[in-house]
Design a binder for this molecule. Sequence first.
Ligand SMILES: Cc1cc2nc3c(=O)[nH]c(=O)nc-3n(C[C@H](O)[C@H](O)[C@H](O)COP(=O)(O)OP(=O)(O)OC[C@H]3O[C@@H](n4cnc5c(N)ncnc54)[C@H](O)[C@@H]3O)c2cc1C
Length: 388
Amino acid sequence: MDFAEPEEHRALRAAVAGIAAKFGPRYYAERAAARRPCTELWQALGDAGFIGVNIPEEYGGGGGGLTELALVCEEIAAAGTPLLLLLVSAAISAEMISDFGTDEQRGTWLPGLASGAVKVVFAITEPDAGSNTLRISTTAQREGAGEVGGDDWVLRGTKYYISGVDEAEAILVVARTGQDERGGQLSLFIVPTDAPGLDKHLLPVDLLLPERQFTLHFDDVRVGPGALVGKEGEGFRQVFHGLNPERITGAALAVGIARYALGAAARYAAGRKVWSEPLGAHQGVAHPLAKAKIETELAALMIRQAAWQHDHGLPAGESSNMAKYAAAEAAIAAVDAAIQAHGGNGLASEYGLMPYWGLARLLRIAPVNREMILNYVAQHSLGLPRSY
Ligand SMILES: Cc1cc2nc3c(=O)[nH]c(=O)nc-3n(C[C@H](O)[C@H](O)[C@H](O)COP(=O)(O)OP(=O)(O)OC[C@H]3O[C@@H](n4cnc5c(N)ncnc54)[C@H](O)[C@@H]3O)c2cc1C
C-alpha cells in the first residue's frame, strides 16, 4: 500500500487550485448572494480539461476516473469555489451516459460534457418519494402517434429540488416504466430542457448557493426511442451505480469546504488578539478546529478508498456511503468551528463563511441523507435487520 500521492495527481491538484484561485471566495460569495451560476469558472475548468477529467479520451475527456474527478471537486472547494453541479453533471450524468449509453448517446453528449460546454443535470427526487426512490410516480410510457405501444416515450409526473435546470441542456430523468414486487421498475431518460410540455418553476431555498433549484412538471413530454439510457427497467441498478460517483464527489466537495474553512479560521485565530494572546491560543477555539481537521483527513482517506474501488470496478457502496457521511459531518464541524472562531465576523458578508455553512449543511441531507447512510451501514456492514 502506497500513501504517497502520484506526481500526476499532485500536478492536477495544483493546476485546478491555480484556476480556482483566480476566481476565489469573493467571486463565489457574490454569485451565491445573487443566485447566479459560476459560469466563467466552470468554463475555465472545462477549457483546461478538468470538468471532463473522468470522461473517456475518445470523447474529448481526460480518460481518468472518479479519483481524478474527486480531486477536482476537492481543490475547487478548498479554494473557496465549490461547484455543486459537478456532482450531477460530471459525476452522475457523464458516468451513466458513459457506462450505459448507446454509441449515439455517448457521441451526442460526452464531448460537450467533457469540454464543459454542456451540462446534463439529474432528476430523481419527487414530492412523495424522496429517500424512497422505488416510490417515484413519474412515469414513462411507450406511445406511438397517440397510441400506447409505439416507439416514443411520454413522461408524466413531477420532480422537485432539481439543481441547475436553468444552466443545463438536458436532464437525466429517473422514471417508472413498470412495476414489480419491490415497487417501481425504473428507467433513465435524457430529456432536453426545452422539451415541449416540460414546465420549470424556480423553487426558492434559503441557502446562499449560485445554483438554483426547480420544480419540474412533465406534462406529456414526448421523447424519441433514443432518449432511453441503458436498459428499460434497469434504472434502479444503474441509478445505484451512478449514485456512488455522486457520493464520492459530494464527499470530496465537503472535504474541500472543510479545508477552506479551517484555513480561514486558522489564519484569523492566529492573527486576532482580544486578550494578551491570539484567539487561537485558547483551547476553546483551537480544539474544535483541530478536531474538525482530524475528521477531515479521515474522510479524505475514505474518499480515496471509495474512488479507487469504483475506478477498479469493485463494489464501492459501503465506502462511498461512509466517505459521504464522514465528509459532510467534517465539513459542518469545520465551518461551524470557523464561524465560532470568527465571532461576529463569522456571520459578516465580508468574511464570507455563511455560503459554505449552507452547502455543508446541504451535504448532510443530499445527495443522500445521513440517516439513510446509517441505515445502509447498520444493515449491510453490521448485518442488522432492515429498519424501514
Ligand atoms: C439545494 C438542494 C439541491 C438538490 N438537488 C437535487 C438534484 O439536483 N436532483 C435531485 O434529484 N434531487 C435534488 N435534491 C433533493 C435531495 O436529494 C433530497 O432532498 C434528499 O435526497 C432527501 O430527500 P427528501 O428531501 O425527500 O427527504 P425525505 O425522504 O422526506 O426525508 C426527510 C428526512 O427524514 C429522515 N429519513 C428519511 N427516511 C428515513 C429512514 N428510512 N430512516 C431514518 N430516517 C429517515 C432523514 O433525516 C431525512 O433527511 C436537492 C435538494 C436540495 C435541498
